[in-house]
Design a protein around this ligand. Structure first.
Ligand code: NAP
Length: 418
């Protein structure tokens, strides 16, 4: 398993081991589920605008497909590596199971800084990546979606590349596409909306009111910005947000709608907007608040800063933002953690809706999407909460044990091939 050995993979495996131990998971299954079912590493030669060819490395890892086609995003980031992709694929398996979706888990990525490529270079990179992983993907096999550094446009190029290879339009090969080619209403903000739905349940459980809640969000990309905006719409005071360069803090509350307008439409940086004091990401994580939403990368809350975290609820928008040691410190300090595989599952839930709509060629309205998302994610929250109370385990352990158990049942019922 050395090829996967990175901090993120070790975190995913340690979480799995803890849950597997607590649930006395069958030893043979344990060995199988500790590693991915299939991993593909591809080289991606791209003709750059100045005519030289640069070769990037890409990955697609399928952790498990016992419950259905595998599902998971594609990440474009300079630090992407096989171990990180494998960890993210494993988390996708548990996430889909916790939400009761008929999917296994997968993830993909390319080690690239997408903002340093021109639009044309990004398109050529995406098309070649899609062509290289073509043997693994398909609506019945493995369905990619956006993640860090990718968006609806990248999904449109992947869908087109796949469709060109088979000779007809296959919208169901990816989710998170533009509406014009079979995307779903509500998909873009789905992860953020899901984070808000479960946070509202947690607030109610703790008898706290949203009107008095203060919210801090790390990361102002797809997940972070929609979480911040919907939190504001629900009546919370969003006091800080950040991107990779640092954060804006305003004790009285940031006007997220205006901030988004300036950031997205007018192209101002967060700092340029001068809508609050400028702080570092490390300072942002330590702000006193009701709800802290890490919505950037993994391993942000560690043994070094966990004791200084002063939120009541930690709603993990990002995947793997909290290390194992930090988890214990937060638990001891009474922080209510909504674990990533539950908190950020809104994205894959609405991706599932998109895939179902594509396969049926029948599209739903936005109210249908929101209501169904609300039903699935709040019921997953309450099942996890009940399980945590009954078994006297943390919310993270409850979600993991629940997800792993569903996957284990599928394996045991299908049996071992040959
Ligand atoms: P994204 O759109 O690419 O946004 C990432 C954001 O994080 C950007 O604002 C980025 O800033 C910021 N960031 C990057 N490195 C950072 C750092 N070291 N410190 C603080 N901020 C940093 O990505 P996303 O889709 O929102 O994904 C964010 C997280 O949510 C990831 O962990 C992802 O796996 C998880 N997630 C995403 C989805 C989804 O549907 N997209 C679903 C479930 C989970 P710059 O823009 O300045 O680089």
């Amino acid at each position: 398993m050395n090829e996967f050995d990175t901090p993120t993979f070790r975190l995913a495996v340690s979480q799995f081991d803890q849950a597997a131990e607590a649930m006395h998971l069958d030893h043979n299954l344990r060995e199988r589920l500790k590693q991915p079912q299939r991993s593909l590493v591809v080289s991606i030669p791209v003709r750059m605008d100045d005519d030289h060819v640069e070769v990037f490395t890409g990955y697609r890892v399928q952790h498990d497909s016992s419950r259905g086609p595998s599902k998971g995003g594609v990440r474009y980031h300079p630090n992407v590596n096989l171990g990180e992709v494998a960890a993210l694929a494993m988390w996708m398996t548990w996430k889909c199971a916790v939400a009761g979706l008929p999917y296994g888990g997968a993830k993909g990525g390319v080690a690239v800084a997408p903002k340093q490529l021109s639009h044309a270079e990004l398109q050529r990179l995406t098309r070649r990546y899609a062509a290289e992983i073509f043997p693994l993907i398909g609506p019945d096999k493995d369905v990619p979606a956006p993640d860090v550094g990718t968006d609806a446009q990248v999904m449109a190029w992947m869908m087109d590349t796949y469709s060109q290879q088979v000779g007809y339009a296959v919208p169901g090969v990816v989710t998170g596409k533009p509406l014009s080619i079979g995307g779903s209403l509500g998909r873009e903000e789905a992860t953020g909306r899901g984070v808000v739905y479960v946070t509202l349940e947690a607030l109610q459980h703790l008898q706290l009111s949203i009107d008095r809640a203060t919210v801090v969000v790390q990361g102002f990309g797809n997940v972070g910005m929609h979480t911040a905006l919907i939190m504001e719409q629900e009546g919370a005071r969003v006091v800080a947000v950040s991107d990779v360069t640092g954060g804006l803090y305003n004790e009285k509350g940031l006007n997220i709608r205006e901030l988004l307008e300036r950031y997205k439409t007018k192209g101002q940086t967060l700092k340029d907007t001068k809508m609050g004091d400028w702080i570092t990401n490390e300072e942002l994580l330590r702000l006193p608040c009701t709800v802290l939403v890490p919505a950037a990368l993994s391993e942000q809350i560690t043994v070094h800063n966990a004791a200084a975290i002063r939120c009541r609820i930690l709603a993990e928008g990002a995947n793997g933002p909290t290390t194992l040691e930090a988890d214990r410190i937060l638990e001891d300090n009474g922080v209510f953690i909504i674990p990533d595989i539950l908190a950020n599952s809104g994205g894959v839930i609405v991706s599932y809706f998109e895939w179902v709509q594509d396969l049926q060629r029948f599209f739903w309205n936005e109210a249908d999407i929101r209501n169904r998302l609300h039903d699935i994610i709040t019921s997953a929250f309450h099942q996890t909460k009940l399980f945590a109370t009954e078994k006297r385990v943390s919310m993270r352990m409850a979600a993991l044990m629940n997800g792993i158990d569903k996957v284990a049942q599928a394996h045991l019922q299908r049996g071992l091939y040959p």
